[in-house]
Design a protein around this ligand. Structure first.
Ligand SMILES: *[C@@H]1O[C@H](CO)[C@@H](O)[C@H](O)[C@H]1NC(C)=O
Ligand SMILES: *[C@@H]1O[C@H](CO)[C@@H](O)[C@H](O)[C@H]1NC(C)=O
Ligand SMILES: *[C@@H]1O[C@H](CO)[C@@H](O)[C@H](O)[C@H]1NC(C)=O
Ligand SMILES: *[C@@H]1O[C@H](CO)[C@@H](O)[C@H](O)[C@H]1NC(C)=O
Ligand SMILES: *[C@@H]1O[C@H](CO)[C@@H](O)[C@H](O)[C@H]1NC(C)=O
Ligand SMILES: *[C@@H]1O[C@H](CO)[C@@H](O)[C@H](O)[C@H]1NC(C)=O
Length: 421
């Protein structure tokens, strides 16, 4: 989950000033990412002490140091998972492999600036293998599925809330955003959803971790091309498990745009959840450019803009959030040109499509939202009485309620309970 491109210093600092929680690093971006790792501890995704001890090893501003510290923790945790003395017990297996998988993902997080770095694929293979060990030892094992779409394949995981067939349960379709994985979603939403009797399907499309790597595809704006085949799959392969009148789409972070766009073009959903709302991606990113850089972009000189962005990226005084945001943007949109990246973001808008969203929509509005400030309210306004805007304040005010996932699921499921009953 994320931090977004080319934020001005002011925006970048808004992630932690005033600090909502005890800082885990002097580096704002590392602080937020460390909190995101700690935040999955309540739902079996990490262990608190080892993460805090790892945080202590990390040098602010040094991306390799963040990666290496988590790679070390991931290796140690993997060795514990493989120890035959622990492996007799499915609960040991599950908790330890889930944590190892989280730490491998954390080791990957800041590495996307150099596309030739072999760790980008190697760490992902490690996280996937570790996660799969854990999935297989769940009481109702999660199952990886590959869903054919028009000219790519959606990577998904199906979690049934019960081993009994024919239960016709309400079902959540869950997608992440600019950087998060479907494995992260297990520890934020799937665990509390299964406990409440919901089935879940998590998925990734172009631009997202598995599809970006294995199919070499960057983000596409017409996200219904991802979600419509996913709904087709659920309603045909899981017709007995899924209550087709209670199918809900959830989008996290930049996935708030993606899910809303898909919901505008598929009429089979009963409700939509946006955490948070993203109305206009270009507006958010371009507002974060310095006036000089924006002028350069608007002058339409691609060579000049790209070289300015490259000097920015390699400037050692650049805050980590901005460097990471740019590097992640280029990688996930699969372009080496910052100009082309920014140009493409203008396709990622809800302008002209919100009237097509006719279902009840719950929108999480984080008071300390640093990446799409003001846009949750903008989406709510465009949807009018179809929207319910929930304001998260205090320690739950971070982007995506990072650090307060119990509060997130409590409020979100209370709304679903009222809305779909
Ligand atoms: C950052 O936060 C301050 C204080 O809450 C606010 O006035 C300012 O507009 C925010 N900056 C951005 C770019 O969101
Ligand atoms: C960054 O951290 C790595 C790994 O810990 C270390 O080898 C490297 O020297 C550090 N770089 C700088 C510029 O301090
Ligand atoms: C983790 O283990 C792998 C071997 O499985 C090794 O190649 C790598 O160097 C280790 N990384 C760290 C940071 O210990
Ligand atoms: C995939 O399909 C879309 C539209 O359906 C098209 O715009 C795009 O060029 C296609 N991509 C490839 C690689 O065929
Ligand atoms: C674009 O900017 C470069 C400087 O980076 C300059 O040399 C070139 O003439 C400019 N191109 C146009 C068409 O203005
Ligand atoms: C929630 O926040 C928005 C601004 O972000 C504000 O307009 C609205 O009144 C707030 N709603 C409540 C119930 O506080």
């Amino acid at each position: 989950m994320g931090q977004i491109l080319l934020m001005s210093m002011a925006t970048a600092q808004n992630t932690s000033s005033p600090p909502l929680t005890l800082p885990l690093s002097q580096d704002d971006s590392f602080n937020f990412q460390l909190l995101a790792v700690l935040a999955v501890a309540p739902y079996s995704g990490a262990d608190v002490g080892p993460v805090l001890a790892t945080a202590q090893q990390i040098e602010p501003g040094n991306f390799s140091s963040f990666s290496e510290a988590f790679y070390t923790l991931a290796n140690t945790t993997k060795a514990e998972a493989e120890d035959p003395q622990n492996a007799y017990d499915p609960i040991n297996v599950r908790d330890t492999w889930f944590s190892a998988a989280t730490y491998f993902r954390a080791a990957d997080f800041f590495l996307h600036g150099d596309w030739t770095d072999p760790l980008i694929n190697l760490l992902w293979e490690e996280q996937t293998a570790a996660f799969d060990q854990a999935l297989a030892s769940l009481p109702v094992p999660g199952v990886r599925v590959r869903i054919p779409a028009d000219n790519f394949t959606v990577e998904a995981i199906w979690y049934s809330s019960t081993a009994e067939g024919g239960a016709h349960r309400p079902t959540l379709i869950l997608g992440n955003g600019y950087d998060g994985s479907q494995e992260d979603l297990y520890h934020t939403i799937v665990v509390p959803a299964l406990a409440r009797g919901w089935n879940c399907l998590t998925y990734e499309g172009p631009g997202q971790p598995s599809v970006r790597r294995s199919q070499n595809l960057g983000f596409i704006h017409d996200w219904e091309r991802v979600v419509t085949p996913t709904i087709d799959y659920l309603l045909s392969e899981h017709a007995d498990d899924v209550d087709d009148a209670r199918l809900v789409l959830f989008g996290f972070s930049f996935g708030g745009y993606l899910a809303a766009r898909a919901a505008a073009f598929d009429s089979r959903l009963a409700a939509l959840i946006l955490d948070g709302g993203v109305y206009d991606t270009y507006a958010a990113y371009s507002a974060a450019l310095s006036p000089e850089l924006l002028d350069l972009y608007l002058s339409n000189n691609q060579t000049a803009f790209d070289s300015a962005a490259e000097s920015l990226r390699t400037d050692p005084s650049l805050p980590s959030s901005i460097r990471w945001g740019l590097e992640q943007g280029l990688w996930s949109f699969n372009t080496e040109s910052a100009f082309e990246f920014l140009q493409r973001t203008s396709l990622f808008t809800l302008e002209g499509v919100t009237d097509r969203i006719q279902i009840p929509t719950w929108i999480a509005n984080a008071e300390a939202e640093a990446f799409f400030p003001g846009q949750s309210a903008q989406v709510a306004e465009a949807l009018g009485d179809r929207a319910t805007l929930h304001n998260f304040t205090g320690a739950a005010a971070y982007h995506c309620q990072v650090g307060a996932f119990q509060e997130l699921s409590r409020t979100m499921f209370a709304w679903l309970n009222q809305t779909l009953s």
